[in-house]
Ligand binder design. Sequence first.
Ligand code: NAD
Ligand code: LMR
Length: 337
Amino acid sequence: KSSHLKPEPIRVVVTGAAGQIAYSLLYMVAKGDVFGPNQPVILHLLDIPPMMPVLEGVVMELADCAIPLLRGVVPTADVAVAFKDVSAAFLVGAMPRKEGMERKDLLSANVKIFKEQGSALDRYAKKDVKVLVVGNPANTNALICSKYAPSIPKENFTAMTRLDQNRAQAQISSRLGVPVGEVSNVIIWGNHSSTQFPDASHALVNINGKQIAVPDAIKDDNWLRSMFVEIVQKRGATVIAARKMSSALSAAKAATDHMRDWFAGTAPGAVVSMGVISDGSYGAPKDVVFSFPVTIKDGKWRIVEGLVIDDFAKEKLALTGAELEEEKREAVAITQA
Ligand code: NAD
Ligand code: LMR
């Protein structure tokens, strides 16, 4: 009911607003999937100048959706306008990979975008802005974005591995023949790339009202260590091979899941995965954006500490950590050139 609405709309920017992911994401954000049914929003839509005519069409469609929570739409190609006073930023705008590419092949094309947008966030956004980087390679782009926004806490820059988490959850649900909502606490470690480590060893499944450890329910460690890991690592490429375009609907859904949990917090006992600035937990390299299991309270994430990591997992974490360090070196070289 309108009497429950918060009076002040918040400003939310979506970059790459004329692109594929945004086409689904804008609707989800506008109708309250992220900030809740009582929080009006003003959407800032950033894209590049040649896309302005297309963006106009998106603006028309948003108006035609007649969404009560949507209180304003600001389409622009100017970062100063796009990032002005925003409380949340979905950084989607970047080139997607094509068949046969790894996500890190996009580094040279995309990292400069995140340097520019980091500086713009630093100048124009609210100092408590929460930034989610979706554009690939997401972890390293988030790191660079944060480096160019020194007045905003490093904790406010995150990269999306929620799609990998959702994929992993879906695989387990299908393997066990249970609804996807009964599976929880699957962890994605490391990079949003084919070296990521999807880890079900701490995951839970609700069967007949009882929480059971996923490895006990699956009873096939070999599947969990091989097929499961590979399917999730390669799912993005598999979707590209089928669609000839990268995943968009599922990416938008994951972005809303990530940002909603960040703003609203996680339920007691629930663990989600986010690419966050590494403090070296679990032997991960420091000062890279590494996906960890986190819990969230009062808008702040915390890495879940004290999980038991076996030798198999240690090896996987080392591999994905090394890749992130390599990407960081390359990204720093590109941005300083
Ligand atoms: P798309 O090509 O359909 O859309 C990208 C949009 O970004 C285009 O409209 C383009 O004009 C715009 N853009 C380019 N440079 C820009 C800039 N400097 N400022 C603002 N906008 C700019 O691509 P998409 O399918 O929407 O994917 C976007 C990105 O998200 C890709 O890098 C893709 O690889 C990545 N992605 C990440 C995940 C993840 O899980 N982290 C999942 C899916 C896709
Ligand atoms: C995905 O995971 O679907 C995205 O990162 C797109 C891609 O290139 O795989």
